[in-house]
Design a protein around this ligand. Structure first.
Ligand SMILES: Cc1cc2nc3c(=O)[nH]c(=O)nc-3n(C[C@H](O)[C@H](O)[C@H](O)COP(=O)(O)OP(=O)(O)OC[C@H]3O[C@@H](n4cnc5c(N)ncnc54)[C@H](O)[C@@H]3O)c2cc1C
Length: 469
């Protein structure tokens, strides 16, 4: 029996089958994706992860790896082709090794949260080059598995750029370990990189070795109200060219900021200045060894289209400004279960894209409310739609097709930083050619020939003809 074998490997306390307990593992953060697990397995060591995979392989039961369950594309829950899977929760793998100060590296268990790893690095005088609002729940294993982006990509790149090594358990229970930390090690294919962004479909990440970044002595944030989106994009160009300390350029709009203020009970950032609802606001942050406020102010003073600005130099004031940006995901989710899309469109085409979305969404779904925000420096826009009928799957798919087709037509990506998960499976072909899809399927088949790991994510189970789901 599957459950008996799992209990034998992990102990009864760490094999959950009570529906009242498993429900939180079966439902994603947004509430949009719900599945059904035969059990939730909670191993505490790499050996136990390997044992769970061997047991599931023997019983022919698929496995859905899960970290903090904050991924926004449904990849962490046992739904669709993974219904009835074992959810493999990595949250007990929380050990963080001492920082290697000379190499600037830290190795953490996959279940350590980003916030815990950040605090651990900070205590050794280092920072982590990845950061975003879900830091208290998202795990480093999940971050690596989804190649998370976030708010520091401008300076440090996506998670792939931060991962120096990984420990991964393969579908057959064998352990692949590349944790040497050597910055130069060109012996064959770069296997850790293959698992970054694989969304639990190629192996289970049990340890993540991260490159650390220096902690800047000074930080300044500013919230800028800008006349329109072309001016905001122009400002990105100016800031990139003239402000060497630039660290982040995030985009929100007036209506989104109002929503966050209502949700969190915050005062408006520009009291007494009622800008139109579609006014873009840029949250800009600069970091450096000395106070970067002067550089930022000089660039903003000469820029066209800046209507108003609030500057924050203390940690408390910066947090207050960031709350207007980071509060968006939760504030929109509090309205209802949104349709969540995450696209990238070349910056030069961003304004036309947004104009088209503002026309397209009400034309396809008259009751809908469109919410836009994102990471402007990386041309990454989060497109959320509320006010849709929850049960109207066809309507949601029609709207998704319209928005993603429009993004792809501009040479954009249909999955910028959140990945494919279960949410984007039907649209992967808009962003990847048949030749690329064939390689994805071949890689999947080579590492997981029976389709044990997260079936229905990234590669369609039917593509190799041999997945057992
Ligand atoms: C408020 C909020 C803000 C967010 N902001 C951002 C943002 O700015 N940028 C961004 O990129 N994302 C963002 N996200 C999305 C999410 O936090 C990230 O995708 C994060 O990396 C997911 O980590 P997790 O531990 O929750 O993974 P989960 O949600 O548990 O899993 C995500 C995927 O990875 C797989 N997986 C998880 N752990 C492992 C493992 N150890 N081994 C193999 N596969 C695994 C799962 O099967 C799933 O496919 C945000 C989410 C929220 C709720």
């Amino acid at each position: 029996m599957l459950i008996t074998d799992l209990v034998g490997a992990l102990g009864a306390a760490h094999v959950l089958t009570d529906p009242d307990v498993t429900v939180s593992y079966e439902t994603d953060w947004t509430g949009a994706f719900r599945g059904r697990a035969v059990a939730v397995a909670r191993p505490a060591t790499t050996d136990q992860v390997a044992a769970v995979l061997r047991i599931c392989a023997r019983h022919g039961v698929p496995v859905v790896p899960q970290g903090g369950n904050t991924g926004l594309v449904g990849g962490s829950v046992p739904a669709g082709a993974a219904a009835g899977a074992v959810v493999l929760s990595l949250r007990r793998l929380t050990a963080i090794e001492p920082v290697d100060a000379a190499a600037g590296l830290v190795t953490a268990g996959a279940g350590a949260t980003l916030a815990d790893v950040q605090a651990h690095a900070r205590a050794a005088g280092y920072g982590v080059g990845v950061d975003f609002a879900a830091r208290d729940s998202a795990t480093v294993g999940g971050i690596a598995a989804s190649n998370a982006g976030g708010e520091r990509v401008l300076r440090h790149g996506m998670t792939r750029g931060q991962v120096a090594g990984l420990e991964v358990v393969l579908a057959d229970g064998s352990v692949l370990r590349r944790l040497s930390g050597l910055p130069k090690d060109n012996v064959g294919y770069d296997l850790p990189s293959l698992f970054v962004g694989s969304e639990g479909t190629l192996g289970v990440i049990t340890k993540v070795q991260l490159r650390l970044v220096g902690l800047p002595a000074a930080r300044t944030a500013a919230l800028l109200a800008v006349s329109d989106l072309p001016a905001a994009v122009g400002l990105v160009a100016t800031l990139r060219a003239t402000v060497a300390s630039l660290d982040a350029v995030e985009l929100v709009f007036g209506d989104g900021v109002d929503l966050v203020c209502a949700h969190q009970g915050r005062p408006a950032p520009f009291p007494g200045r009622p800008f139109p609802q579609d006014t873009p606001y840029l949250l800009v942050e600069c970091v450096g060894p000395t106070d970067p406020t002067g550089d930022l102010a000089a660039a903003v003073e000469t820029a066209t289209g800046v209507l108003d600005a609030v500057v924050a130099t203390t940690a408390t004031d910066r947090e207050r400004l960031w709350a207007y940006r980071e509060g968006h995901t939760a504030a929109v989710n509090a309205l209802d279960v949104p349709l969540k899309l995450d696209v990238a469109v070349p910056l030069a085409r961003m304004s036309a894209f947004v104009d088209d979305l503002r026309a397209l969404v009400p034309a396809v779904a008259p009751s809908a409310r469109l919410h836009l925000w994102g990471h402007l420096a990386e041309a990454n826009l989060h497109v959320n739609v509320t006010g849709l009928d929850r049960g109207d799957t066809g309507g949601r798919e029609e709207l998704t097709t319209a928005i993603l087709t429009r993004a792809a037509a501009d040479g954009g990506s249909i999955g910028a930083e959140h990945g494919v998960g279960r949410a984007k499976m039907a649209w992967v072909g808009l962003s990847r050619s048949p030749a690329e899809l064939a390689v994805l399927a071949a890689v999947k088949h080579a590492l997981d020939p029976t389709g044990l790991l997260n079936p229905g994510v990234i590669v369609s189970p039917g593509l190799t003809g041999s997945y057992r789901v």
